[in-house]
Design a protein around this ligand. Structure first.
Ligand code: BG6
Length: 513
């Protein structure tokens, strides 16, 4: 892979033949309405994503942006805030023309978005920006989850959206409920105003290039698909580790925990992409139907056996990159006796013909040694014990690294030069950046563009959300019982709690982070 996919050094990104088709056609004229426009997510991620879409030439000509939040602000004050966020957080240096065009078509509406009067004022601004034409509308709910349903209901009451209006869509941020019951209730309330095709439940992992590459790798390469099953694969291991702690996010995180924060959504989505059957067609509904089937095939043990497949931990004080860091319970606004999981690991059994018996190990945690998201597919050992040197050698492993660097590596065994047949692991390595000579766009850029185009492929459908919660809910219920042991404390900067090993099947081990 390394040598054949790397363009020669003299090739510029524009000439790189592998980069062909990376650009996308612009969507229809759209007004993007961001609820929670004063918040952190909007300023750090969403607004810079919009500007970067603009720099790629993919924003529609008549694009306009309306910020809505509780704060009282003039249009000019909001424009200044947008300018600040774009120049501070954009992944690329802002193109002044794009910046000015965007600012010029930016407006602000202050007020409580659960009050019809605020929505009527919003409607007035939409009309003014539409100039008598019907522009598509994309409402982005970047706000606390308790507002999702009331805001949609108020949009409906103010006649700014209805289920027959194919030109209006809603992006709903995470978390989509905090329990199975809440998610069901939220789906019910949204679907009483909207059609499922108008709801774009965001999971930003699906916007990551390397995550989408899972499907390309699996279904566009003949070499992989025949071995992608229980006959050849020993185990699948997904890790999403972070060196950061919870920072100033206790208000959200302490009520959530690692299982809800990353496994319920992002990591179960990775599982679906690794495990799904090839779709009949590459359409949004066919792909999402196959993903939902994987989640529904997960075989959960009875409540009294959940502890054999799920463990949790909480970081104590320790060191990260040589710096002392404090324990979870010492973080601002965290109670001294908090039982919130900052680490969670689970083992899933996907009871399908393709996967039965292959353990899917999934773990995530804060204050681990480094930021790393990877999927490791371990193949079965070869039956050639007769070759000297094979015994005890590690089997082949395909590792898809999603972050921090985007790459695919295959561990092979090769003969060590010299007499005899001694083997050593070597790796074939494909690096995204080196092969395509381009920086991958931020996940939000892809997702906002897709939502403007009305393409829901990379968004979670209602049945997927419910199936994800069905897997997670029994674990959470166990962990919430007062007589269940609290999370095991692990030292910050370590590999995580010792108890993670208890869910491994004999012969398996966690990869080093
Ligand atoms: C978010 C979680 O959804 O994902 C955060 O709420 C987490 O706690 C983040 O840090 C990780 O995202 P990424 O893209 O940095 O892996």
């Amino acid at each position: 892979m390394t040598s054949s996919t790397h363009p020669t050094e003299s090739v510029t990104p524009d000439e790189n033949p592998l980069a062909e088709g990376i650009g996308l056609l612009p969507p229809d004229p759209t007004i993007l309405i961001v609820f929670g426009a004063g918040g952190d997510l909007a300023h750090r991620k969403l607004l810079p994503a919009v500007a970067n879409i603009g720099m790629d030439g993919t924003l529609p000509d008549r694009f306009a942006l309306i910020g809505v939040s509780r704060e009282t602000m003039t249009d000019q004050e909001f424009k200044d805030a947008v300018r600040h966020s774009l120049t501070t957080f954009s992944r690329r240096k802002m193109d002044p023309d794009v910046l000015e065009r965007l600012i010029e078509r930016t407006r602000y509406v202050g007020g409580d978005a659960t009050v019809v009067g605020t929505m009527h004022r919003l409607g007035g601004v939409i009309d003014e920006l539409s100039g008598g034409e019907q522009l598509d509308r994309l409402y982005y709910l970047s706000m606390a989850p308790r507002f999702f349903a009331p805001v949609i209901e108020t949009l409906g009451a103010a006649q700014l959206i209805n289920r027959n209006d194919k030109h209006s869509r809603v992006i709903v941020e995470k978390p989509f409920g905090t329990t199975l019951e809440e998610a069901a209730e939220l789906n019910h309330r949204l679907l009483s105003v909207l059609d499922e095709s108008q709801i774009f439940r965001i999971d930003h992992y699906l916007g990551k290039e390397t995550v989408q590459n899972i499907l390309a790798l699996r279904f566009a390469n003949h070499v992989l698909e025949p071995i992608w099953n229980r006959e050849h694969i020993e185990s699948v291991q997904i890790t999403a580790s972070e060196d950061l702690g919870i920072g100033s996010r206790a208000a959200y995180y302490d009520g959530s925990g690692a299982l809800r924060d990353l496994i319920q959504n992002h990591l179960l989505q990775l599982v679906t992409l690794v495990a799904m059957e090839p779709p009949a067609r590459f359409s949004a509904d066919d792909i999402r139907a196959e993903k939902a089937k994987v989640l529904r095939a997960v075989n959960m043990p009875s409540d009294d056996q959940i502890h054999t497949i799920a463990v949790r931990g909480q970081y104590g004080a320790g060191q990260i990159a040589g710096e002392d860091v404090k324990a979870y319970r010492e973080e601002d606004d965290v109670a001294d006796d908090s039982r919130t999981d900052s680490f969670a690991a689970i083992r899933l059994d996907i009871a399908t013909w393709r996967w039965a018996g292959v353990p899917f190990y999934i773990r995530t945690g804060k204050r681990l040694p480094r930021k790393l998201t990877e999927i490791a597919i371990k193949l079965k050992p070869v039956p050639l014990a007769a070759i000297e040197g094979v015994q005890g050698a590690e089997p082949n492993e395909l590792v898809l690294t999603i972050q921090p660097d985007e790459r695919v590596t295959l561990r092979l065994l090769a003969k060590v030069p010299g007499p005899g047949m001694n083997l050593r692991p070597v790796t074939m390595d494909f690096s995204y950046g080196a092969a395509f000579l381009s920086q991958s766009p931020e996940a939000y850029e892809r997702l906002i563009t897709d939502a403007m185009r009305g393409d829901p492929t990379l968004f979670t459908r209602d049945d997927e959300t419910m199936a994800q919660w069905t897997i997670i809910d029994p674990i959470l219920r166990l962990w919430q019982q007062p007589d269940t042991a609290p999370p095991e404390t692990y030292e910050a900067g370590s590999q995580g709690p010792e108890s993670q090993n208890s869910i491994l099947l004999p012969g398996d081990r966690w990869r080093t982070i």
